[in-house]
Design a protein around this ligand. Structure first.
Ligand code: MRU
Length: 352
């Protein structure tokens, strides 16, 4: 992704792993847009904490980071009976966030690779080598998948398309390119003019803080709107289509994404506006049949009650703060993946 620092444009990924030193480097998403900071995570427990406190966030980026965390754990756990300690480390990484399935997919994929390779479960050095190469491979695959999502998604965008997006489903959330923002980036690179309505995305403001920052860096025209202004702009005919990301997709095509996604989808249907979800295949949970089975993260009420370190609600009033909701498949026009744009009812066919 392009990052403008002091009027200079540089290319960055949101997270990467320097395997020789075992250090993960990442853009600190909690400090954007005010400050651009690269953090260093030296241990798998620091990595788990960075995912938990949302320094690194967004489903694919969480998955890739957890993969690097498993490689760190291989380097750090005791050599004696090491597979037991590695599984404990995996549990710590898995306990950070419950909804985005990429986290679980990546950790299990690396653990299975170690267990399926002759002697690797008893040979710490061999396991470390496998975990580093598999984690790096998953990082490259993620970037490649997101680029392809951009190319397929670009086909539904016209010159001057006006798009609504929710939360941050950009390069920050996906290592590079993004899911929902990838078609918008690729459209811009292929010469189309695009206008983006950016939902601010209360309570953590991923839209206002992160998506707007990415679009500004890419020179893509956009306006931030309050979450409750979407219907107004749809009714006025100002939104041509919606593209959002996903944290977990069930076999029936139901999609869990940032809280508020469901209401945008219902409004889009009411106003005859196509509603696309963009996600790599790693976001599909092949063990979950319907959206109602997806675990939804409940976060602290303080995220709702406190704004800029100041309490905005009366003392004594409490808040509810679900971080995700489920959009039923019937509201989704298509799911843009790295293998093409699928109808939600085609997802179950991929299980084979
Ligand atoms: O709570 P977050 O910031 O990790 O949530 C991010 C989202 O919900 C994104 O829209 C999502 O991960 C989809 S695509 C990257």
């Amino acid at each position: 992704m392009k990052v403008k620092i002091n009027n200079k444009v540089e290319n960055y990924r949101s997270v990467w792993f320097e395997s020789a030193s075992g250090i993960i480097k990442a853009i600190n998403q909690n400090k954007l847009p005010r400050e651009f900071e690269i953090i260093e995570l030296k241990t798998y427990t620091e990595t788990a904490n960075a995912i938990k406190i949302m320094t690194i966030r967004g489903a694919p980026a969480i998955g890739v980071t957890a993969g690097f965390g498993i490689a760190q754990a291989c380097m750090q756990v005791p050599k004696q009976n090491f597979i037991h300690y590695l599984e404990k480390a995996a549990d710590i990484l898995k306990s950070t966030r419950p909804t985005a399935v990429d986290l679980f997919y990546v950790i299990d994929r690396i653990l299975n690779k170690i267990k399926d390779t002759d002697n690797a479960a008893e040979d710490n050095e061999k396991a470390t080598e496998i975990s580093i190469s598999e984690a790096q491979k998953i990082g490259y695959e993620t970037v490649d998948a997101c680029k392809k999502i951009g190319e397929f998604g670009n086909e539904v965008l016209k010159n001057n398309s006006k798009i609504l997006t929710h939360c941050n489903a950009g390069a920050l959330a996906c290592v590079d390119f993004g899911t929902a923002l990838s078609p918008i980036r690729i459209a811009k690179y292929t010469g189309k003019e695009i206008f983006v309505f950016v939902d601010e995305t209360r309570p953590r403001l991923q839209g206002a803080k992160l998506t707007a920052w990415e679009l500004l860096n890419e020179g893509i025209e956009h306006r931030i709107i309050a979450d409750n202004a979407t219907g107004y702009f749809m009714q006025k005919g100002e939104i041509d289509l919606c593209i959002v990301g996903a944290d977990r997709i069930a076999l029936n095509g139901d999609v869990a994404n940032k809280i508020g996604t469901y209401e945008k989808a219902v409004l889009a249907k009411e106003n005859n506006i196509p509603f696309y979800v963009a996600a790599p295949l790693s976001t599909i949970d092949f063990n979950i049949k319907v959206g109602g089975e997806i675990p939804i993260e409940e976060r602290s009420e303080d995220e709702v009650l406190i704004v800029n370190d100041k309490r905005i609600a009366p003392i004594g009033s409490h808040a509810l703060n679900p971080a995700f909701d489920v959009t039923p498949a019937k509201y989704i026009t298509g799911i843009i993946t790295e293998i093409g744009i699928l109808k939600p009812d085609e997802i179950y066919k991929l299980k084979k």
